[in-house]
Design a protein around this ligand. Structure first.
Ligand SMILES: [Zn+2]
Length: 228
C-alpha cells in the first residue's frame, strides 16, 4: 500500500555530526570574532547528501555540510545571505555531482540547562518554520523533500557520565560532549496533495531521526533472504 503521507528516516554521517557540533561550540564559546559581545552566537550551514525512495519510506542520508561564512549572526538569530545556498550548491554540483542539497541547519545557544529546558530551546521558532516553508530555492534543489535542523547547545554545570545519545522524541536526540549538551531536531518538508507544502513538524509525525540507532535490529528482521 502506498502511504498517503511519506515517512522519512533521517540518517547523519559521523563527519556531519562532528562538523555541526564543532560549528555550534565555536559560535557558542568564541562568537564570530567581533568586538564587544564575543560569545553565545548562532551559526548555520548547508547540508548535502543522498535520498532513497521506497514505497512507504524516504531515507534522507545527510553526508556533509558547509558552514556559512556570509550569514549575519547574533545571539538570537542567524540570517542567511540570499545568494549563499545557490553559490555553494553550484560548486558542489561541479565537484561532487553525486550529492544533492537537502537542507540547512542552525544553532540555538543557551546560557545553561535551565534556560534551554524552560523554553524548549531545541524546537523550531515560528520564524524558522515560516522561513523553511518559503525557501523556494531549497525546495527546488531538494526536489520537494527539504530538511531543516536545529541544534540547541548549552553549557552544563555538572558533567555526568553518559553512554550514547538519548532519544527525546522521534525527531529529537540529546548528546553530551565535554561540558556541553546538544539537542538535535529535524523537520522535513514535503508536498501534500491538498495542502501543498507541509512539514513533519506541523503534522506532528512522519519523521524518525536515526541518530544513534544504526545497530537497532527489529524483531524478526532478516537479511539473508535466499535462506528459508
Ligand atoms: Zn531557530
Amino acid at each position: 500500500m502506498k502511504l498517503r503521507n511519506p515517512i522519512f528516516r533521517v540518517k547523519l554521517s559521523d563527519a556531519l555530526v562532528e562538523s555541526m557540533t564543532l560549528a555550534a561550540v565555536e559560535a557558542y564559546v568564541l562568537g564570530v570574532g567581533k568586538k564587544g559581545k564575543v560569545s553565545g552566537f548562532e551559526t548555520m550551514g548547508y547540508i548535502w547528501g543522498y535520498r532513497k525512495k521506497t514505497d512507504n519510506v524516504i531515507v534522507l542520508y545527510l553526508d556533509r555540510m558547509s558552514l556559512s561564512v556570509s550569514a549575519k549572526k547574533s545571539s538570537n538569530s542567524v540570517k542567511p545571505n540570499e545568494y549563499a545556498a545557490e553559490l555553494k550548491n553550484n560548486i558542489v554540483q561541479q565537484l561532487s555531482p553525486q550529492l544533492m542539497l537537502l537542507g540547512d541547519f542552525h544553532t540555538h545557544p543557551y546560557y545553561d540547562l535551565e534556560e534551554c529546558k524552560s523554553c524548549r530551546g531545541w524546537e523550531f521558532s515560528d520564524h524558522d518554520k515560516r522561513f523553511f516553508l518559503g525557501d523556494d530555492f531549497l525546495w527546488e534543489a531538494a526536489d520537494s523533500t527539504p530538511i531543516n535542523i536545529v541544534i540547541a547547545v548549552c553549557r552544563l554545570g555538572r558533567v555526568q557520565e553518559k553512554v550514547g545519545a538519548t532519544i527525546i522524541s522521534e525527531c529529537v536526540w540529546q548528546y553530551d560532549v565535554g561540558e556541553f549538551r546538544f539537542w538535535i531536531n529535524v523537520n522535513v518538508g514535503y508536498m501534500h496533495p491538498m495542502d501543498g507544502r507541509v512539514t513533519t513538524e506541523e503534522k506532528g509525525e512522519g519523521v524518525f531521526l536515526d541518530f544513534d540507532a544504526r545497530f537497532y535490529n527489529g524483531a524478526g528482521n532478516r537479511v539473508a533472504s535466499h535462506v528459508d
